[in-house]
Write a protein that binds this ligand. Structure first.
Ligand code: SF4
Length: 174
C-alpha cells in the first residue's frame, strides 16, 4: 500500500515535469511566431557586413615600398611580392604584387603590420568562382575600388521587426 502511494507520487512528479517541458517548448515557439523571418533572399537582399568585417583586401600600389613584411607575418607566406633593386637610388621598386584569395584565410595580419598602410580590408564578400585560380588577384584586381553594399543605391533597407527597427539588411529596389 505504502509503495503504491510512493509510485503514484513519482508518477505525478514526472507528469508535472513533462508538462513543464512542453510548456517551455510552446513558450519558445510562440516567442518566435511573433518575429519576422531573418532569411535573406540573396542576391535580391543583402546583409550589411559589420563594421570590422574582413572582406577582399584592397591594395594601393603607389604606397607599397616592397618591404615584404606582410609575407613574413602571413601564416601561409601568401602575398607574392616581385621587386627589382634600383642601384642608382638604392631603393627597391615594386613590379608585381598578388594575393590568392583561394588560399587566404583573411586573418588580417598583413594589413595590421604593413608599415605604409597600403593594404586594407573591404566589405566585399562576393568572391565565389567556378575556378579557384581566378581568385589569384594581381595588383590591378587588388587595386580595384571596393563595392560597398551600404552605398549601393539599387538596394534599399528592409525593416525586420514589428517595431520598425532597421537591421543590417538591404533589398533591391525594383
Ligand atoms: S589576410 Fe592573412 S592569410 Fe591573407 S594574405 Fe594577409 S596575412 Fe596572409
Amino acid at each position: 500500500m505504502f509503495s503504491a502511494i510512493i509510485r503514484f507520487q513519482n508518477y505525478g512528479q514526472q507528469v508535472v515535469e513533462a508538462a513543464n517541458y512542453i510548456g517551455q517548448g510552446f513558450a519558445v515557439t510562440s516567442d518566435h511566431s511573433n518575429r519576422l523571418p531573418i532569411t535573406v533572399q540573396y542576391p535580391y537582399e543583402k546583409n550589411l557586413p559589420s563594421e570590422r568585417f574582413r572582406g577582399r583586401i584592397h591594395f594601393e600600389f603607389d604606397k607599397c615600398i616592397a618591404c615584404e613584411v606582410r609575407v613574413r607575418v602571413c601564416p601561409i607566406n601568401l602575398p607574392v611580392v616581385d621587386w627589382i633593386f634600383l642601384k642608382d637610388v638604392k631603393k627597391k621598386k615594386l613590379k608585381n604584387y598578388s594575393i590568392d584569395f583561394g588560399v587566404c584565410i583573411f586573418c588580417g595580419n598583413c594589413i595590421e603590420y604593413c608599415p605604409t598602410n597600403c593594404l586594407s580590408m573591404t566589405e566585399e564578400y562576393e568572391l565565389s568562382s567556378y575556378d579557384r585560380h581566378e581568385l589569384n588577384c594581381d595588383q590591378t584586381a587588388l587595386g580595384r575600388v571596393p563595392s560597398s553594399a551600404s552605398q549601393d543605391v539599387s538596394i534599399q533597407l528592409v525593416s525586420n521587426s514589428k517595431n520598425g527597427k532597421i537591421f543590417g539588411q538591404k533589398k533591391f529596389n525594383n
